[in-house]
Design a protein around this ligand. Structure first.
Ligand code: F6P
Length: 341
């Protein structure tokens, strides 16, 4: 078979390892041929492809980003849609598609599969917010990068006797904040799933200061303090019409300083968390998912995505991945909160 691969949505450490795993196993075991679509669904709609022979994936599992490029293009916008895409695939002699992406990508893949196209999925989200898989690749790397950065903030906070507020990614869920906050011993972790008042945040900060510590607060970009209604956003909308987040740490640092008198500083880690070399865990997970996606194609399991269940790679329908976010459960937050303050 001639199989097309696309990477869509925000980039994520491990994307190249998925591509390599799929191409190597597909060529070696299935005798398949591979092409890559440039820049996600844009390449599919426009038939913009690059051949992916074995040597093109040599050594790429340790590279960040995606060798194919990505975009947040919606395949149903403009000239897109199932008939145009079906025609493009036929013209290019492409028999099946492996779509690597998050909720938006998988939702589009489901609509196209329902219309008769042959697509399988690989889940991707640095936020780790897809319900139908235990972990997504990229998350482990993001937690590692965030933890290293927060450890650095702690030493400067201690030297200046300041409160440091670190903002990490997490649009709808707080997994990166929870894990990097626990790993770095934060005195407060603020996540989208939990509405916390500034009074409570300041209590934790003061308790830490009174014990002689430089208070450290880790906040997810999507956190909404109890006195607000929506996540902080001052940069308009992205191409999917979602608010571009970022900047809540500044608001929190300002409020802590005003309420407690403790000099405070905010740091927004932003896209540093999605860039660079993937961790070994993410490389292994991504490679296994890529290899399993090829098996899904060989077996004609259209409309399914590969997923991690415990240590096993399994398959679930696109439906299972859509609709339900994997939020931080109450008991996981309560467990972490015992150590706040
Ligand atoms: O969905 C992953 C994510 O990193 C979110 O945490 C963040 O809000 C968003 O992507 C940022 O997207 P962009 O790269 O388009 O700014």
């Amino acid at each position: 078979m001639r199989i097309g691969i696309l990477t869509s949505g925000g980039d994520c450490p491990g994307l190249n390892a998925v591509i390599r795993g799929a191409v190597l196993k597909g060529i070696k075991v299935g005798g398949h041929e591979f092409v890559g679509f440039r820049d996600g669904w844009r390449g599919v709609v426009e038939g913009d492809i690059v051949e992916l022979p074995r040597h093109s994936v040599r050594g790429i599992s340790k590279q960040g980003g995606t060798i194919l490029g990505t975009s947040r293009t919606n395949p149903f916008d403009g000239d897109g849609g199932p008939s145009r895409i079906g025609q493009t695939l036929e013209n290019l002699g492409i028999d099946a598609v492996i779509a690597i992406g998050g909720e938006g990508t998988l939702a589009a893949a489901k609509r196209l599969t329902d219309a008769g196209l042959k697509i399988v999925g690989v889940p991707k989200t640095v936020d780790n917010d897809l319900d139908a898989t235990d972990y997504t690749f990229g998350f482990d790397t993001a937690v590692q990068i965030a933890t290293e950065a927060i450890d650095r903030l702690r030493t400067t906070g201690e030297s200046h006797h300041r409160c440091m507020v670190a903002e990490v990614m997490g649009r709808n869920v707080g997994w990166i904040a929870l894990h990097s906050g626990m790993a770095s011993g934060a005195h407060a972790i603020l996540i989208p799933e939990q509405q916390v008042s500034m009074e409570q945040v300041c209590n934790w900060v003061l308790t830490a200061r009174d014990r002689g510590r430089a208070p450290l607060v880790v906040v997810a970009e999507g956190f909404v303090p109890a006195h607000l209604k929506a996540p902080h956003s001052e940069r308009g909308l992205d191409t999917f019409g979602r608010a571009r987040l970022g900047g809540i740490a500044d608001q929190i640092a300002l409020s802590i300083e005003e309420r407690t008198g403790i000099e405070s500083r905010a740091t927004v880690l932003g896209h540093i968390q999605r860039g660079g070399v993937p961790s070994a865990f993410d490389r292994v997970l991504a490679t296994r998912l890529g290899m399993a996606a090829v098996d899904s194609v060989t077996q004609g399991l259209w409309g399914t995505m590969v997923s991690l269940n415990g240590t096993n790679i399994e398959r679930v329908g696109f439906d299972a991945a859509l609709g339900n976010l994997k939020r931080v459960p109450q008991d996981r937050y309560d467990e972490a909160a015992i150590l706040f303050g």
